[in-house]
Design a protein around this ligand. Structure first.
Ligand SMILES: [Zn+2]
Length: 119
């Protein structure tokens, strides 16, 4: 079990296991957030208290990016269309992860929607 917590601690998420791979995406928002995403099935994630986050939704309105209402740290995103059995936790919020053992993949969300290490 891992826990991801924002800076002030008001927003916490849990997941069954630490990721062995995270994704950095170069799309217009992810590169500004500098998040490292760990993907989980929504059914495996313990979500934060309702109302503790503020969602940010834009563009094609596929995803909601959630940030803490108090400290502003981006904690996770969730799919809005319900079709995706996937959400992401910002793995940078998990204390004690061994980043030297982590695979960090680069996703080209800005253009090709492919992993750049798959070329
Ligand atoms: Zn906070």
């Amino acid at each position: 079990m891992i826990e991801a917590a924002c800076h002030c601690g008001a927003v916490k998420l849990t997941a069954p296991a630490a990721p062995d791979t995270v994704t950095e995406c170069n799309c217009s928002i992810c590169r500004k957030l500098a998040a490292r995403w760990a993907y989980y099935s929504p059914s495996d994630v313990g979500l934060p208290r309702a109302g503790s986050t503020q969602p940010y939704v834009w563009g094609d309105r596929m995803l909601a990016f959630h940030r803490c209402k108090t400290c502003g740290v981006t904690t996770h995103w969730q799919s809005l269309d319900g079709a995706q059995d996937r959400m992401a936790i910002n793995a940078r919020l998990v204390d004690g992860l061994d980043w030297t053992a982590m695979r960090v993949r680069q996703f080209d969300g800005a253009a090709t929607w492919k992993y750049l290490d798959e070329a």
